[in-house]
Design a protein around this ligand. Structure first.
Ligand code: URA
Length: 337
């Protein structure tokens, strides 16, 4: 068994890889430490990731009660808002979302509209609510939010602005803001959705179960948190009950992410899940239609893959995530030539 095969076995990707004849990234993408590091990192989620767990929903439930607890699920109709609600979410969240997320008719055709408006300097002084109640309200707010109001802001100032931010209601309900972590000149930028409970407590993105899987995904292509990698989220404050961020919350937080991208200057962005993909691409589409293609975020190449939390709930989809990671490695090596 060679080193790559050993690592794939340890990640429980090997059976999927063999069965589906997936590509393997080049050997140089797997530093020696990956194999032992993966076996260490994988422990807390081992049961969830094991092939047995794939076959046994009961084992998954026992291993990760919060991730796999049965939840009533309903289909949500497409909303005429800037960002689409997830297709399947809990009923409580749906009620919450449909009540709060329906924006005035003049909200604009799409998130692209929202993110492409001209520049204005003074929007940061105002809260979203104030804007919402103003005369041209939302369209005006979109125009002001959209255009890179943080141009010229450096890392320390940006971190401070995020700490001080009260542009939406999320700040009132979270413990602390979660700015982002890693190499501030990274080649790779991974973007998730928003902090969960553990991230809220620790102030760092992806430190819970999904974060452990993300670390393993990074290791599988020879990357490590903080080494040529930066990790950020679409929203910097934890949405209550881990619901998806609302369109206005995403819009309010968007300039911070935009500035993070400008400062990091990554060669490649990997959007993790639908919320990140939708927010960054400014258009609504399914993950399956977005994966496998190179997109663009303000001139930076962008790929889309599944969110690690989704992969914990749907381990069979790891095979597709593996394909996406292979494509990312291939794309990066093309970009680095
Ligand atoms: N999920 C996310 O999208 N981001 C985190 O930081 C943690 C979980």
């Amino acid at each position: 068994m060679d080193r790559r095969e050993a690592m794939l076995r340890e990640m429980n990707l090997y059976p999927l890889w063999v069965r589906r004849d997936l590509p393997v990234p080049p050997a140089e993408a797997h530093p020696a430490e990956s194999v032992s590091a993966v076996s260490e990192l994988i422990k807390p989620v081992d049961a969830v990731l094991s092939p047995e767990a794939v076959l046994s929903p009961e084992a998954v439930r026992q291993a990760a009660p919060s991730a796999a607890a049965p939840q009533p699920q309903v289909e949500v109709a497409r909303q005429q808002t800037a960002v689409e609600a997830p297709a399947v979410i809990g009923t409580a969240a749906v009620a919450d979302m449909t009540e709060q997320a329906v924006l005035p008719e003049d909200v604009g055709e799409s998130a692209a509209d929202l993110f492409a408006a001209p520049h204005d300097e003074d929007w940061m002084g105002m809260t979203f609510r104030e804007h919402e109640e103003g005369e041209d309200s939302l369209r005006e707010f979109q125009r002001k939010v959209a255009a890179g109001p943080l141009a010229g802001v450096d890392w320390p100032e940006l971190k401070q602005k995020v700490r001080d931010c009260e542009l939406c209601n999320l700040r009132a309900g979270c413990t602390q803001t979660v700015f982002g972590v890693g190499d501030e000149q990274a080649d790779w930028l991974f973007v998730g959705e928003g902090p969960g409970a553990e991230e809220d407590a620790q102030g760092e993105p992806f430190v819970g179960q999904a974060g452990k899987l993300l670390d393993n995904m990074l290791l599988s292509i020879g990357l490590q948190r903080g080494r040529r990698v930066y990790i950020a989220n679409v929203v910097k404050c934890r949405p209550p009950g881990n619901r998806n961020p609302l369109p206005e919350e995403i819009a309010a937080c968007q300039p911070y992410l935009q500035r993070q991208v400008e400062l990091v200057k990554p060669k490649l962005i990997v959007a993790l899940g639908k919320v990140a993909a939708t927010a960054l691409l400014g258009r609504d589409a399914t993950i399956s239609s977005l994966r496998g293609k190179l997109h663009d975020y303000r001139g930076v190449p962008l790929l889309v893959t599944y969110h690690p939390a989704y992969l914990l709930r749907s381990p069979m989809e790891k095979a597709k995530a593996w394909q996406d990671l292979c494509l990312a490695v291939e794309t990066m090596s093309g970009l680095s030539e």
